[in-house]
Design a protein around this ligand. Sequence first.
Ligand code: SF4
Ligand code: SF4
Length: 277
Amino acid sequence: MGTEEGKGMDRRGFLKLAGLGALGAAGLPAGWSLLKPGEALATTGGAARAGSRWAMVVDMTKGCPDNCTKCMAACKTEHNVPTFSDETDPRRHEIKWIWRTPYHNAFPGNEQPYGREDLEHKQVMVLCNHCVNPPCVKVCPTQATYQRPDGIVMMDFHRCIGCRFCMAGCPYGSRSFNWRDPRAGLPAKVPNPAYPTRMKGVVEKCTFCSERLDKNLPPACVEACAEKVLAFGDLESAVSPVRELLKKHFTIRRKTNLGTQPQVYYIIGDQGGAEHA
Ligand code: SF4
Ligand code: SF4
């Protein structure tokens, strides 16, 4: 989605695209402005949500320019995600919020010996799925990870004791543990002083840019994607872009057999239209 021009979506543009264009700030549904971090602890593990249900659609039929990393870079900047480039194995301590993985890692069990060869080589954008039934929330002993009424699975870094039960519980590998001081992996000038930096020994992951949604802004990755591979919106709004896409296209989700009900949907398309993920 991004914006009509890719970048620079303002609040009004996002409200329209999110399916809330008819609502002023005062008319936003319960669950939009939502809770501050930690305020939603009472909702931990609860299935109830009020008003909105956020979801993302990844359109794999749209071509990402080679090696495009704009969405990933935007997420890193927005959330002060560290980069450790001095390692002999830089992925060893990698902190991942949104990243690419081979198609069959994202969708294991979909292998077909006579299936589409292009999928074998495809890279898929993956992130936290903000599952309707998030096992990570159920196993966290401190309620450091919790679910907002709009379905977003949040992290309260201050409550995290680093036990990593949530990492074991997440079937998607969507959580990263700070084995090193993440602040050491940031530039001297912190990219986004408005977003809290973390400390060694806590878990982190994508939060669907809850801090931006609370300001009626789209997720940073969606805004950065000029190719509109990523779309975002409210499933509870019949006119939201995600509802439009889900109505028009056949989509798949990751590991649906587990009953987690992931809220990131993938348009696979036919071979001719699917050059890159
Ligand atoms: S590592 Fe932190 S968020 Fe994960 S289960 Fe333990 S306390 Fe909860
Ligand atoms: S993808 Fe993993 S981290 Fe995200 S809500 Fe589901 S189980 Fe939790």
